[in-house]
Design a binder for this molecule. Structure first.
Ligand SMILES: *[C@@H]1O[C@H](CO)[C@@H](O)[C@H](O)[C@H]1NC(C)=O
Length: 351
């Protein structure tokens, strides 16, 4: 940037800040943006300072090259405060203006914090599922898998991406991805704190801890990539997955958890071994069946032996996803009274 342009830019920025402070003190708020308009006649890009007055939705344009007022303050149709954000294009008097930057600190603060607040409302509108994903170059690869932020653009430019397939628009875009390794570290620490000292900041569990039962997707099924299909089968059967958490159990925990089977079923040692062989996923299951949920869900899980399940209860999780009596895809609370206790174990005690 040449000195001259720099000084002009500085003067413009100072003037904009000054005017804003002045108007704010007078009680009138204005937002000021740098905008660009492609003039087809001269085939050049013209730059304007655009002021927007929220009070009466009027605008004013200042031509930066000619250094003169281009459009005197005038109410316009179709431009709302929500349209004013970086890289958006707005139409004023049939001209397509692209917003390229904030022209002063007040506008930057006000607009960027507003843009975050819709996002915040959205992200707090219901339960979310946080995942830590691990692979080489994870941040970049996951962003590529997600595709462009705006699902509508993703459907045009990258139809194979997750946002193209599962998102709706720029805000409801199915999934979030950290934008850098620093953000990833911070976000993972937020959801999965390495020390309990951060407890107060950990988002609340969605577990309802009533009229529920516990389902555990066993390590072999997780490792075989069956988790998604199992979750979908459970949803399709009409159950709510009201809490979900991935765990790695140690031997003491696995033995304690499966204690009721000790000396009762011959597979007990194998069951313990299976449970500690890798990450498992614990689910809290709730449903419209209320107090009947544990019994109904138990039926849907099917007999412990998948071979038997395929004979007697072909419409069951173990018939579909189980391999043998130990690798039978899911564990489920056997007695209705155990369901809530097992859920508490995973979603309260182990937390
Ligand atoms: C449990 O379900 C029963 C219906 O089966 C219902 O009356 C009761 O209010 C539910 N309890 C809770 C805590 O949701």
């Amino acid at each position: 940037m040449s000195n001259k342009i720099f000084i002009i830019a500085l003067v413009v920025a100072l003037a904009a800040t000054f005017i804003n402070t002045y108007l704010k003190n007078k009680g009138e708020m204005r937002y000021v943006f740098h905008t660009e308009w492609y003039d087809p006649v001269s085939a050049t890009v013209k730059k304007f300072l655009l002021s927007f007055f929220p009070k009466d939705k009027s605008v004013e344009m200042y031509d930066l090259r000619a250094k003169r007022l281009f459009l005197k303050r005038l109410p316009v149709d179709g431009v709302e405060e929500k349209d004013l954000y970086l890289s958006n294009t707005i139409v004023i008097l049939s001209r397509q203006l692209k917003i390229t930057d904030y022209a002063d600190a007040t506008t930057r603060e006000q607009i960027s914090s507003k843009r975050q607040r819709p996002l915040l409302d959205y992200i707090t509108s219901g339960p979310v599922v946080a995942l830590e994903l691990i692979t080489a170059d994870a941040v970049k690869r996951w962003r590529k898998t997600l595709g462009p932020t705006d699902s509508n653009i993703a459907r045009l430019d990258a139809p194979e991406t997750l946002r193209a397939k599962f998102g709706k628009d720029k805000q409801s875009n199915a999934a979030h991805g950290s934008d850098s390794e620093i953000s990833a570290t911070r976000e993972i620490e937020f959801f999965f704190p390495s020390s309990k000292m951060n407890d107060v900041l950990v988002p609340q569990t969605t577990a309802r801890l009533a009229n529920n039962t516990c389902c555990i997707i066993k390590p072999h099924a997780v490792a075989a990539g069956k988790m998604g299909s199992i979750l979908k089968a459970i949803k399709d059967e009409g159950y709510d997955i009201s809490a979900l958490q991935m765990f790695r159990m140690d031997k003491v925990q696995a033995e304690e958890f499966l204690e009721v089977y000790k000396g009762v079923v011959s597979e007990y040692p194998g069951m313990v071994q299976q449970l500690l062989s890798g990450p498992a996923v614990a689910l809290e299951i709730t449903s419209i069946h209320g107090t009947e949920t544990p019994l109904k869900f138990r039926e849907f899980v099917g007999p412990a032996d998948p071979a038997v399940a395929r004979e007697l209860r072909p419409h069951s999780l173990r018939a579909w996803f189980g391999e043998d009596k130990v690798k039978n895809a899911v564990h489920c609370s056997d007695l209705p009274d155990d369901g809530p206790l097992e859920v508490e174990y995973f979603f309260k005690i182990l937390q």
